[in-house]
Design a protein around this ligand. Sequence first.
Ligand SMILES: Nc1ncnc2c1ncn2[C@@H]1O[C@H](COP(=O)(O)OP(=O)(O)O)[C@@H](O)[C@H]1O
Ligand SMILES: O=C(O)C1=C[C@@H](OP(=O)(O)O)[C@@H](O)[C@H](O)C1
Ligand SMILES: [Mg+2]
Length: 174
Amino acid sequence: MHKESIFLIGPMGAGKSTVGKALAERLRYQFVDSDHVIEERTGATIPMIFDIEGESGFRDREEAVIDELTERKCTVLATGGGVVERELNRQHLGTRGFVVYLKSSVDALIQRTKHDRNRPLLQTEDPQKVLSELMERREPWYLSLADLVIETQQVPVHRVVKKIIDRLERENIV
Ligand SMILES: Nc1ncnc2c1ncn2[C@@H]1O[C@H](COP(=O)(O)OP(=O)(O)O)[C@@H](O)[C@H]1O
Ligand SMILES: O=C(O)C1=C[C@@H](OP(=O)(O)O)[C@@H](O)[C@H](O)C1
Ligand SMILES: [Mg+2]
């Protein structure tokens, strides 16, 4: 089956935004990050949106953007880690493109995100606990949506990109 766009899913810190950009360059696909589009359209950062509208306000914006971006052809789409929380998003991701789940341990996710203030859900006393709970709820969705699961644990970004491309080529996706 040839699916035209590639959707990256997985938790905060998995590398969706970083890997997505590099992957798109290698494939000569367009790159789009749903979080960046939400920020551009809102004229506010994600922490500001969470502050003013709450998480549900952010999720409403995310749902509208995901509906639009999953329709684009020849695109690598980096989603936000919580995209799987809404059923409509899961439907669109699952039916409109090839889904790659970037997988990592909670420990590695914490290491990668600990100095970053742009993820409001992790600005808490115990980000490890929060991430573990989010993973417990979200990982079944990541796994059930995934056409491909890529381990990113202790794998540098360029190797993650190579692993994805090897698998996409082997499976005749690109
Ligand atoms: N495979 C990797 N190995 C080490 N660091 C990584 C890897 N992938 C991403 N990172 C780093 O982790 C941080 C989070 O990456 P990012 O792409 O923003 O993740 P996401 O969009 O999935 O939340 C960034 O500082 C990025 O450079
Ligand atoms: O997991 C989440 O609920 C979120 C993940 C973030 O994106 P990244 O996964 O790119 O960090 C961003 O969409 C927002 O802070 C909420
Ligand atoms: Mg991101």
